[in-house]
Design a protein around this ligand. Structure first.
Ligand SMILES: [Zn+2]
Length: 178
């Protein structure tokens, strides 16, 4: 029953093109426990939020869940992922809404076939945002740094027509403006 439930959520999220996304991101991120990366690319009418993190930061493990408690952790994480703007709060004036979400994490999507304890696992996702006023998209708050103690540092990169900005955020400094 639980498995069916997870599969259902994954299909609601519309998680497609996982392979191409993984290939695209592989050169950009490093797997360091306690660290995560966020990229926000803003263009004229939309923005794309790309996030990657070791699974350990969220779950405390990086393999398929072993028991009911671990399955529950994965389920809760999946539910959180349905609204990424609760993790990353964007300028309200920009009026952005979440469009398609592409999640790449075999452990979370239930596609993990082997359970090698030595292997590391990531969670990566891309979120398409439709913004009424993208020109007002000038700040973000990485609330997930206060929600998940497993993440010490979030490296943020913002790319827009005006340039490129980078900042490393931590639990005591979650805001960034550009
Ligand atoms: Zn790891």
């Amino acid at each position: 029953m639980k498995k069916i439930f997870l599969t259902l959520i994954v299909s609601i999220l519309g998680l497609t093109h996982v392979t191409s996304f993984a290939q695209q991101k592989s050169s950009l991120h490093a797997h360091v426990h306690g660290q995560a990366q966020l990229q926000l690319a803003i263009d004229e009418s939309q923005a794309v939020l790309s996030f990657s993190s070791p699974l350990d930061n969220f779950l405390g493990f990086e393999r398929a869940p072993k028991d009911e408690a671990e399955r529950e952790k994965v389920k809760q994480l999946l539910l959180q992922l349905q609204n990424p703007l609760l993790w990353i709060e964007l300028s309200a004036a920009a009026q952005c809404q979440v469009g398609q979400i592409e999640l790449d994490s075999p452990v979370i999507t239930g596609k993990q076939k082997t359970n090698d304890e030595k292997k590391h696992g990531d969670m990566r996702f891309d979120v398409e945002l439709q913004c009424k006023n993208p020109q007002h998209l000038r700040s973000l708050k990485a609330k997930l740094l206060q929600q998940y103690k497993g993440i010490d540092r979030l490296k943020v990169e913002v790319v827009h027509a005006g340039g490129q900005h980078t900042k490393t955020l931590q639990a005591d400094e979650i805001s960034m403006t550009w």
